[in-house]
Design a protein around this ligand. Sequence first.
Ligand code: ADP
Ligand code: MG
Length: 233
Amino acid sequence: NEELLINSEKLYVAGQLAAGIAHEIRNPLTSLKGFLHLIGSGRKEASYYDIMNSELDRIEGIVSELLMLAKPQVYDLSYHDVRVMMRDTVTLLETQAILHNVYIEAEYGKEPMWVFGVENQIKQVFINIIKNAIEAMSDGGAIHVRLSREEDSVRVLISDEGPGIREEQLAKMGQPFYTTKEKGTGLGLMVSYKIVDNHDGQIRVSSRLGIGTSFEIRFPFRYPETPAVMNGN
Ligand code: ADP
Ligand code: MG
């Protein structure tokens, strides 16, 4: 029976994810215990605290990214203009970009681009993808952000001038804990894909080696409904 199959597939995915999370969190925990043990036996070195701190950061990073997968509360759902959310995101990331010699060049468009959803989650998608773009450009460069309104959708294009992604890597992106970074969690894209899907949107990646990578995100355009009854008469 089809429904049963879908359910067992979901359980399988949940099991895979649980195994991944358990593994990723156990590593820093084991290391934390080891250093606590060393400190307890009288060996105190400043570098232990640095390592312990970064292990704790790692756990914190994993947990806060996973929290994004939690179901949004109903009252969080509202109409939002993508231009405003993207402007906020770019402002938030500008300092970090400059530190990496990266310039974010954005064209927000002239008309409002309404979507319906959870503001913080949609912003998180933009943050995750722009951060990846910044991190991809170790020698600096530009990120281009383009917003446009198409018939019944809002299109967001984020392109970088990074090294690009090989085809075999492209297939792994969005899988939990897939990362090529020393300090990566490998959760940013998985969480982003899930959020976009929850908002009835689509996300596509295209990449050319030596040229750069583009993420295209589409959300349904949803014009804010006006209340049916304003004043009784
Ligand atoms: P993390 O950033 O923690 O590694 P993500 O899920 O955000 O996890 O990204 C997974 C991987 O996808 C990255 O480690 C990187 O290899 C690849 N990736 C994502 N975005 C880009 C990009 N713009 N350019 C090149 N590689 C990218
Ligand atoms: Mg990332």
